[in-house]
Ligand binder design. Structure first.
Ligand code: PHE
Length: 341
């Protein structure tokens, strides 16, 4: 029996050397210490021993049991700390690895140009207002002296929402002239930037959605020379003192007289190229003296007051400002393009 007990101690030690995880350990515990285990089996034979042998063997059996328990516990601790170590290794963060740089974006060239233009007009005493992109034909056309039947209202140019053509995507920011004059009394000096929509095919200088900046000044004694002075100052502040602009007679239903203002092409400096379609000049804005009928329609007496208005094409202004040869680049949002500004 003594031999058997020693054997159990030794075989447990051998088995422990091969243990890989807590499950293996539990198997050993069950095999040796449980009610049906090897040690219990031996203790059951104690009855066969003589009265002198029994306490000696009992003592030895207890020693073996506590040794085995101790060995198991020690191994269990080893396994647990090895598992913890492995987990810590696995989940370790190397705080010294350089981080991924966060790419910080910046303003789109169109917004940069718009901000500069706003600053220029704010400097001349204008304030900035905004209005709806979905507009009434009443404001977009009729009250701008563009009666029904006028070619500008044609369905082939305008995105209408309703069958009666009364609601549309504004084709210009000029309806803001009406909205402002309805609400403010002279002196008025506002600019109104925003999106406008026309059924245009996309090419180097056209897009069905583009931006305009409307300008309106109404006061006593405003003349065409005020318009010219304001726009010349604007062009020189935006493009530099050497910028060349020209005024051409034109027609708009809601201004009289009317003009268009061109800026000399930045690509060819007037010689003619693809960007300016061989013209040497890029159309920048339409302008004129507010038509007396338009003033009167908003309750402003044209005998007392006069005003000028203009509508700048923001894309064209920005393209000239940043030497962008093709309008499509402005909308494609290719980062290789955008990061250049
Ligand atoms: N609304 C005109 C256009 O889109 C531009 C314009 C604005 C002309 C104000 C005169 C006065 O072409």
């Amino acid at each position: 029996m003594k031999q058997q007990l020693e054997q159990i101690r030794q075989s447990t030690l051998d088995a422990l050397a091969k243990v890989k995880d807590l499950n293996d350990l539990e198997e050993i515990r069950v095999r040796v210490l449980s009610k049906k285990g090897e040690l219990t089996a031996i203790l059951k034979q104690m009855g066969k021993l003589s009265a002198e042998e029994r306490p000696v063997m009992g003592q030895l059996a207890n020693n073996v049991r506590s040794d085995v328990e101790e060995m198991l516990e020690k191994k269990a601790q080893e396994l647990r700390s090895a598992a913890l170590e492995a987990r810590l290794q696995e989940e370790a963060l190397d705080v010294t690895i350089p981080g991924k740089p966060v790419e910080i974006g910046h303003k789109h060239p169109m917004n940069k140009a718009l901000d500069e233009i706003k600053e220029i007009f704010i400097g001349m005493g204008f304030s900035v207002v905004e209005g709806p992109e979905i507009e009434l034909a009443e404001y977009n056309f009729t009250r701008l002296n563009t009666e029904e039947g006028h070619p500008a209202r044609d369905r082939s140019d305008t995105f209408y929402f309703t069958d009666d053509d009364s609601v549309l995507l504004r084709t210009q920011t000029s309806p803001m002239q009406i909205r402002v004059m309805e609400q403010m009394k002279p002196p008025i000096r506002i600019i109104a930037p925003g999106r406008v929509f026309r059924k245009d095919e996309v090419d180097a200088t056209h897009s069905p959605m583009f931006h305009q900046i409307e300008g309106l000044a109404v006061d006593v004694g405003i003349t065409m020379s005020d318009l010219k002075g304001a726009l010349e100052l604007f062009a020189k502040q935006l493009y530099g003192q050497d910028a060349v602009i020209r005024f051409r007679p034109h027609h708009f239903p809601f201004t009289e007289p009317s003009c268009e203002v061109d800026v000399q092409c930045f690509e060819c400096h007037g010689a003619g190229c693809r960007t300016c379609k061989g013209e040497g000049w890029i159309e920048l804005l339409g302008a004129g003296m507010v038509h007396p009928k338009v003033l009167a329609g908003c309750g402003i007496d044209p005998e007392v007051y006069s005003g000028f208005a203009f509508g700048i094409g923001l894309e064209r202004a920005a393209m000239r400002r940043f030497c962008i040869p093709d309008m499509r680049l402005v909308y494609e949002n290719d980062v290789r393009f955008l990061t250049q500004f």
